[in-house]
Structures are given as structure tokens and as C-alpha cells.
Design a protein around this ligand. Sequence first.
Ligand code: PMV
Length: 359
Amino acid sequence: MNEIFIYSSKEHININGVSQWQSPSNIALVKYWGKKSNQIPMNPSLSMTLSNCFSKIKVSYQFEILKNDNIQFSLLFEGKREVSFESKLSIFLDRIKVYCPYLLNLKLIIESSNSFPHSSGIASSASFYSALSLSIMDIEKHLNSEIDDEFFLKKASFLSRLGSGSACRSIMGPVSLWGSSELFIDSNDFHAIKYPNKINSVFKGINDTVLIVDKGKKNVSSSLGHELMKDHSFSNDRIKQAHNNLFRIKNALENGNYDMFIEIVEMEALTLHAMMMTSNPYFILMKPNTLQIINEVWRYRIENHSKICFTLDAGANIHLLYPQNEYDKIQNFISSNLVNYCENDEFINDKIGVGPNKL
Ligand code: PMV
């Protein structure tokens, strides 16, 4: 499977140019947690692509005779050098050079910025690596104009995965599936696919408000979290649960069963945190205000017969998901109540989106 993504021409073509993309972050409904080697997930995951939380990237590339076996790059994040991003980027470029050997004869100048604050706790690696991989595919297309759109996106997703697993899902909106599942013929561990089944119109235009409970840097990296799943006592059961939740959410999405959707989304969020609490070493990623908000959301849902629910990433911030027809009421609930539990009263309104844009 991976061989099809190896660019094989040995010709050194003198090219230069600029590619610019905007690519969104995504929020998982069925969580990816735990990986085998080579960024292969332990279980399939399903996510929703966001609209307003995205990275913009500009890649300028210039032909340069190969100096050594490393891809030459410079990186500016919001106009400044960020040394901490550079080592992760080097690892990514090292992983992909076998698939994109033409990069060894180019000097890359990568400039990126995010639409959301860096300290907001929203994972920027998904939007960054998906945007970068799309620009790399532009370079490949410059060398081989015969690449069709399908291959372009598949390989972009494949490359993104090697930067950050969840990034591969940002390429295929609005709902994206990554990881092999017997329920979906084209699903696989190497790249994400656009969710192929019917989605009931009740889920159309679903909103995601991110409540910023803690702006601090995460104290546990997702890489460590994935690693801890390897020897986790509950990992086999978790993998079974993820497959079962994928089966159940597929039915919920098809039949418009919002209550079932809510149950699965919240269960997945709490399971992700439960796995962290029960690994060795163990961590608590929620803050007291995370729990306060969860309780407020549950109370509000019952009192108002609402379809609001929450999900979490590997951190303390909360993603509130709710249908468009409750937008005004829930914005009221946020500004009169939930905002009190947010750091500096901060929250970000977002909604489900279609995926990346070429700029
Ligand atoms: O892409 P990574 O390696 O940062 O992993 C992210 C994992 C979660 O965000 C916690 C869950 C998911 O499926 O996105």
C-alpha cells in the first residue's frame, strides 16, 4: 500500500515556486488513542473538520543541489523562529523523504500562522501538518502534472499522518474516518477517507464552541499518551470499545439518532481521559473547571431538553457540540454561565466545515 506513495522519478528538475494552503483543525468523535509503530493507529477514529480554527501556510521552494541526506528548511511561525517546532518538523521531513525524494533537492522556506491563539490548547499540529502536506503535494504536482485530485488528497493525508496522526483527518472534511474498520471497505490505517455513508440532516451545520479552561501548555504530550497505551492493562478493551462505538455512531449518524450520538461522543471523551488516569504513569488532564462545565452541561441538557454535548481532547478544554437550531440559546448559556469557568472568559465559536482551501 505504501509503495504507491513513493515518487520514483530520479530526475533532478530545476523547479521553484510558492504554494499556499489553509487547512483546518479537527475534533474527534471517536478518539484515536494509542499507536503502533510508524504512526499506525490502534483503532479507527472519526472526526469532524472545523471551519474557523485553521493554519495558513506558505511554502517557497527553490532548487538546490543536494548537500546531504537532510531536507533543507527554514520555519517561521507567525513571523518568528520557533525552535521547539523545528525538531518535530525535522522528524517529519525525515520520515517523508523516502516518499518525496524531490524535497532533497529543494530549499524550503515554510511560513505559517494560526487563526486561533497558540495558547488556546487547540491542537495546531493537525492543521499545520495537513496544510504543509498539501503544499508538498503542490510541489509534487509541479513535477508531475498527471497526478489526479484523488491521489493528491490521499497522499497529502498519508504524509500528514507522519507528522501528527490526527492531521491526516483534516484533509478530508466535513466528516473523516481514519483507521481500518470492517464496516467501511476503503478505510485503512495509512490515510484518512471522507466518511462515505449517509449523514442525517439533523447533524448539518453542527456547532463546536471551544471553552478555554486552561491556556497553559499541555503537561502530557499526545505522543507520550499514545505510547502509554502499549502496555496499558485496558488497551484491548479500549480497542474493542472504539470499534463498537464506530458501529453505533455510524447508525446514529444515518438514522439521525441524536441521543445515541451524544452518548457515544461523551463516552469517547471520558474514556480518553480514563485511559490517561489509569496508565502507568497516570495523569489527570482535566481541571476542576472542566468538571464544573460538564456538570453544568448535563444540568442544562435535562432542564432544556437540549441536544448539547461535550467532547475533550487530551487537555482541560471543552468542545461543546450543539445543533444550529439551538445556537442562540446556547450562546446565551455560555455567556451567562459557562464563561465563568473559562480562563480570561475565553471561548472560540466554530462549526463543522468542509476541509482545506488552496490560497
Ligand atoms: O495527532 P496526535 O498524535 O496529536 O493525537 C491526537 C489524539 C487526540 O486528539 C487526543 C484524539 C484524536 O483522535 O484527535
